[in-house]
Design a binder for this molecule. Structure first.
Ligand code: 5AD
Ligand code: SF4
Length: 476
C-alpha cells in the first residue's frame, strides 16, 4: 500500500468508528507534551477524532477516550506521564475509558516495557510513525476489546491529507519535514523520529494557501532542522537514486526557495520557522530572509553551548567563532535581525571555563529569548556513555547564573522598545485583564494594549509605552 492508499483506508476506519459510536455523545481528553511539532501532531489527532464524532473535553471524568501525545527530550516528562496514567486506573473502571498513548516516548523500548508491566490497562500504544493509524487502532479496541501496540522502527513516510483541528484561527503551524540526521550526542530525537524526510513543496504551498483563505495571518514552519529541507531528496536525485519526472522540485528545491514562495502568498502577513541548525545556515537562506518582507527577523538559532570543546562533544559541527561569525554576518546583511536560542547547561565534561564561554556568547549576541535546559541524560545516546557527568547541584547553579544574566539582557533589550512603533499581530484578549488586547511583535514580544475586539487577527501599529519582564505595554 502506498501512502495515499493508507490514508484512504484510515478514512474508511474513521467512518466505521463513527458508525460504531452513532447516537452516543463521546468525549476525548488529550494531553500534549513537548515541542511545537508534537502540538501539530496533536492537531492531527484531534482532527481525526472529531471526524469520528468525538468532542473535546478538559474534564477527564467525562471522557470516553484519554490520549497522551508524549515527548522524551528530557526526563521529567516520563515522571509526569506515569503519574497521569496511574491516576486513570480508577476513572477507567468507572466509565470504560479507553486509554491511548502515542508519540516520541513510545519509540523507546524501556518505556514500553514499563507501561506493559505497571499499567497493563492501557489500550493503545502508538509511535511517531503510526499516528495516522489511530482510526484503525481505535476501531480494533472498540470492536473487539483487544489491546493494540502499533510501533514501527523504520523511518516513517510522509502522509498528507489527514484531518486537522487547529488550536488557533490566526497562527497556523505547518510541519515541512520530519526526522533528523544530526545525532547531536545529547539528543534522543533522531532515534525516535527517524531520518529526515521532507514534504513535497506543492503540499506545503497548498496548505499555506488554504490557511490564508481561511483567514490565518501567521505561519510557523516546523521541522527538527528546517534549513536542510529537501536536502536528502535533492542529494538522491543528484546521485540518480530518485527521479523527478513530475517536476515536483523544479521550482522549489531548498528551504530558501520555499521561504520566498510562501512570502508571495496573499493574506499571510508573517512567517516564522523553527528550528534551523547553525551549521546549515547558508547564504541563500540569509538572503531569502532579507528579501522576504513577511519573514520574521527574529531568528531562532540554537546555540546549545558557547564552548568549542563542548560543541565538539555535542557533535554540533560548528565552533564558538563560527556561530558568532554567522550572527555577525546576519546582523550586517539584515540590520533589524534579532536572535533567540536554546542552551543546554551541564552537558558531560562542561567545566566552569566552558560555561563561561556560553555566557560570553550570550552577552555578545544579546538574545531576545533564551530557552534554557538542564542536561538530562537520555538512554541510548552517546551522551549517556560519556564520563565526567556533571553533578546535579552544579548544573542547577550554572542554570541559575545563566538565568540571571539572560533576564538582565532581556530587561535591557525591553527598554530599547520604549517609544518605538511595532507591528503587532493581535491574538486575542489579554489573559490577565479583559479590557486589554494581546498580541506579538515581529520579534515575538508580547504586547498588551487597549483596543476593540474587532482588531483580533489584525496587524496593528502600536507605540510601546512601558516594559515589564515578560511583556510590553503599548497604545494604538
Ligand atoms: N537535555 C536537555 N536539553 C535537551 N535538548 C535536547 N536534548 C536535551 C537533553 N538531553 C534541548 C536542546 C534542543 C531543545 C529542543 O531541547 O536545547 O534545542
Ligand atoms: Fe536533536 Fe540535534 Fe536533531 Fe535538534 S538537530 S533534533 S538537537 S539531534
Amino acid at each position: 500500500m502506498n501512502e495515499l492508499e493508507e490514508i484512504e483506508l484510515q478514512k474508511e476506519y474513521i467512518k466505521k468508528v463513527k458508525e460504531l459510536n452513532k447516537n452516543k455523545i463521546l468525549k476525548y481528553n488529550i494531553l500534549t507534551m513537548g515541542c511545537q511539532l508534537n502540538e501539530n501532531d496533536s492537531e492531527k489527532i484531534c482532527g481525526m477524532l472529531e471526524e469520528m464524532g468525538y468532542i473535546a473535553t478538559d474534564n477527564i471524568e467525562e471522557a470516553s477516550l484519554a490520549i497522551f501525545n508524549t515527548c522524551c527530550v528530557r526526563e521529567n516528562a516520563e515522571e509526569k506521564l506515569f503519574g497521569k496514567i496511574g491516576e486513570l486506573k480508577n476513572i477507567r473502571k468507572n466509565n470504560n475509558l479507553i486509554i491511548a498513548i502515542g508519540g516520541c516516548m513510545m519509540q523507546e523500548k524501556h518505556i514500553i516495557e514499563k507501561i506493559k508491566k505497571s499499567f497493563p490497562y492501557v489500550d493503545i500504544i502508538f509511535g511517531t510513525h503510526t499516528l495516522h493509524k489511530l482510526p484503525e487502532n481505535l476501531y480494533k479496541v472498540i470492536e473487539s476489546k483487544q489491546k493494540v501496540k502499533d510501533i514501527i522502527d523504520i523511518n516513517g513516510k510522509v502522509y498528507e491529507n489527514l484531518p486537522i483541528k487547529r488550536e488557533s484561527k490566526i497562527i497556523g503551524s505547518v510541519t515541512i519535514m520530519y526526522g533528523c540526521n544530526n545525532f547531536c550526542s545529547y539528543c534522543i530525537v533522531p532515534y525516535v523520529r527517524g531520518r529526515e524526510r521532507s514534504r513535497k513543496p506543492d503540499d506545503i504551498i497548498n496548505e499555506v494557501k488554504e490557511l490564508a483563505k481561511n483567514g490565518y495571518k501567521e505561519i510557523v514552519l516546523l521541522g527538527q532542522n528546517v534549513n536542510s529541507y529537501l536536502r536528502s531528496e535533492m542529494e538522491e536525485i543528484r546521485a540518480g537514486k530518485r527521479t523527478d519526472e513530475k517536476g515536483l522540485y523544479s521550482k522549489i528545491d531548498s528551504f530558501a526557495k520555499l521561504l520566498r514562495e510562501i512570502n508571495k502568498i496573499e493574506g499571510i502577513e508573517r512567517i516564522r520557522f523553527i528550528s534551523p541548525h547553525p551549521k546549515d545556515f547558508t547564504d541563500d537562506v540569509i538572503d531569502a530572509i532579507k528579501d522576504s518582507n513577511k519573514v520574521s527577523k527574529l531568528i531562532h538559532l540554537p546555540l546549545q553551548s558557547g564552548s568549542t570543546k563542548m560543541l565538539r562533544a555535542m557533535n554540533r559541527k560548528y565552533t564558538k567563532e563560527e556561530y558568532l561569525n554567522l550572527v555577525q554576518k546576519m546582523k550586517e546583511k539584515i540590520p533589524e535581525v534579532k536572535f533567540s536560542t536554546d542552551i543546554i547547561v551541564g552537558f558531560a565534561g562542561e567545566t566552569e571555563e566552558d560555561f563561561e564561554d556560553t555566557l560570553d556568547v550570550v552577552r555578545k549576541v544579546g538574545f531576545e529569548q533564551v530557552y534554557m535546559f538542564i542536561y538530562s541524560i537520555r538512554k541510548g545516546t552517546p551522551g549517556e556513555k560519556m564520563e565526567n557527568q556533571i553533578p546535579e547541584e552544579i548544573k542547577h547553579k550554572r542554570f541559575d547564573k545563566l538565568k540571571h544574566i539572560v533576564e538582565d539582557i532581556m530587561a535591557e533589550n525591553n527598554k530599547a522598545y520604549i517609544g518605538t512603533n511595532q507591528k503587532v499581530l493581535v491574538e486575542g484578549l489579554s489573559k490577565n485583564n479583559e479590557e486589554f488586547l494581546s498580541g506579538r511583535t515581529d520579534s515575538n514580544k508580547i504586547v498588551v494594549f487597549k483596543g476593540n475586539k474587532s482588531l483580533i487577527g489584525k496587524l496593528v501599529n502600536i507605540k510601546i509605552v512601558s516594559e515589564h519582564m515578560w511583556y510590553l505595554k503599548g497604545e494604538i
